[in-house]
Ligand binder design. Structure first.
Ligand SMILES: C[S@@+](CC[C@H](N)C(=O)[O-])C[C@H]1O[C@@H](n2cnc3c(N)ncnc32)[C@H](O)[C@@H]1O
Length: 266
């Protein structure tokens, strides 16, 4: 184990001649930042993850034939999905429910009824979720989560969860709607996760540090949830469009192939 920067420097000097700098593997690629604009993985900020482009890069440069990829610490499934896109079968193991939920939501999203999802988003826009929140479905807070949201936004969040569980019949769409709410928790809260620490915005009244922390714009529940649902809808539309596009190209190529074969057989 390397304990101090001095020892690290010594080790670095010792191995310097063996270290090859690969400019492709920049900071964004090896961290979560590389997922910022990627469909699915940008929906929820899973800071412990690494970018899917990194996994794609590693697999493509490994010269391995597609087989079974096992990720025993699969987080939100970045490696699994990246590998699956390249034709691998995948198995993931993850300890935290957060990672399992994100993985499950992504699998569901890929096969969801998009037309129905769109119409439900439209329906949700008309609803005042406060009407569905009362003491019976309020959060059972732990001390650490107490005061994380403004009172009004917490009520709307609770009402939304209640509404989805009670009135959204399609199980897959319900899961995706609940996942959307999960994805916006930080956007609507007074907190921000920094490494292993939870920082509290001064507006929460809970900040203990002398220096006031201002996390910037805190979205209202309605704005955040509709933004998130629209992002999901758009990503799914683009994905379907790409698929249709690929199918058309595939058929087109097959036709050309047939034509070439016919010409060849003449
Ligand atoms: C660095 S993250 C993996 C990130 C993942 N490859 C991704 O990009 O989403 C490591 C993961 O291992 C999980 N983990 C830690 N100990 C574990 C264990 N004993 N069994 C299963 N998962 C575990 C953590 O919950 C965490 O999500």
């Amino acid at each position: 184990m390397i304990c101090s920067s001095n020892e690290r420097d010594i080790l670095f000097k010792k191995l310097a001649s063996k270290i090859v700098h690969n400019p492709y593997l920049d900071r964004t690629l090896v961290s979560f930042q590389g997922n910022k604009y990627a469909a699915f993985s940008s929906w929820f900020k899973y800071r412990e993850g690494f970018s899917e482009r990194l996994v794609t890069y590693i697999i493509e440069n490994s010269q391995l034939q597609p087989g079974i990829l096992l990720d025993p610490f699969s987080g939100v499934g970045s490696s699994l999905f990246a590998a699956a896109t390249l034709g691998w079968q995948t198995i993931g193991i993850e300890l935290l429910p957060v990672g399992c939920f994100a993985t499950q939501a992504r699998i569901i999203a890929q096969q969801i009824n998009l037309k129905l999802f769109k119409s439900i988003i439209y329906e949700l826009k008309q609803i005042n979720f406060i009407d569905y929140s009362d003491q019976s479905n309020a959060f059972n807070h732990l001390k650490i989560t107490q005061g994380a949201f403004s009172e009004i936004d917490e009520k709307k969040l609770v009402g939304y969860i209640y509404y989805c569980n009670k009135f959204i019949v399609d199980k897959e769409i319900r899961t995706l709607l609940l996942y959307a709410a999960f994805c916006i928790l930080e956007d609507i809260s007074y907190t921000r996760k920094d490494g292993q620490y939870l920082r509290w915005d001064y507006r929460s009244g809970r900040s203990k540090s002398k220096k006031q922390f201002n996390k910037g714009n805190i979205l209202t529940f309605e704005v955040a949830i509709i933004q998130k649902l629209k992002q999901i809808e758009l990503d799914l539309m683009v994905m379907r469009f790409n698929l249709i596009y690929l199918v058309i190209i595939y058929h087109y190529c097959q036709k050309i192939n047939c034509l070439i074969l016919k010409i060849h057989n003449r």
